[in-house]
Design a protein around this ligand. Sequence first.
Ligand SMILES: [Zn+2]
Length: 230
Amino acid sequence: MRHSEYHRSHHIGWLRAAVLGANDGIISTSSLIIGIATAHATHQNILLTGMAGLVSGAMSMAAGEYVSVSSQSDTETADLGRERDELATQPEHELEELTSIYIHRGLTPELAKQVSKQLTAHDALAAHARDELGIIDTMNARPIQAALASAATFAVGAALPLFIAFIVSTANIVPFVALTSLVFLALLGGLAAKVGGANVWIGTGRVAFWGALAMAATAGVGSLFGVAVA
Ligand SMILES: [Zn+2]
């Protein structure tokens, strides 16, 4: 009888990446907008800067994600190739290796030997990939999907402060972008914590704190430049 059990970690991977991408978009673009607005730029230049931040940020997220996931995929493929060779050239040694893994996991030596023999007969490479290398099917790298997903979530996050900067007057950009961005960040942080089964208030406070810190830092730099330019 299969009992129903819901493990959040099975479903959280893509959400965590989406929230992180959106957080990045909100924090980096709102900080950029606040920095340039504090330096007394025109409304048009502020929007231009925000748009440039959105596009460059989304592209760098996509590039970074594509490169890191591709290199993970390269490493997995190379490991699997080496494992396949070892299974072909030294099957006895590989069987011993698998047996010792199961003994370390708590099986008796007899049972470990039996299990490793049966799993090897069933699909040796899959057993070694999963239990020796930790490569599980679900984690198969998909660089293009990962790159597109992180670029899209970054762009959605960045569009929020940019939209606010677009609809309010120049004088109100700093307070409105700062306030609304902190609210967006708090909502995202709370959502990610809730879905992940973690403490919502800690999740909210953590991301709002770092967002506020980033905006304060760029406002500081912006006001320095504002004074220098004036
Ligand atoms: Zn092996």
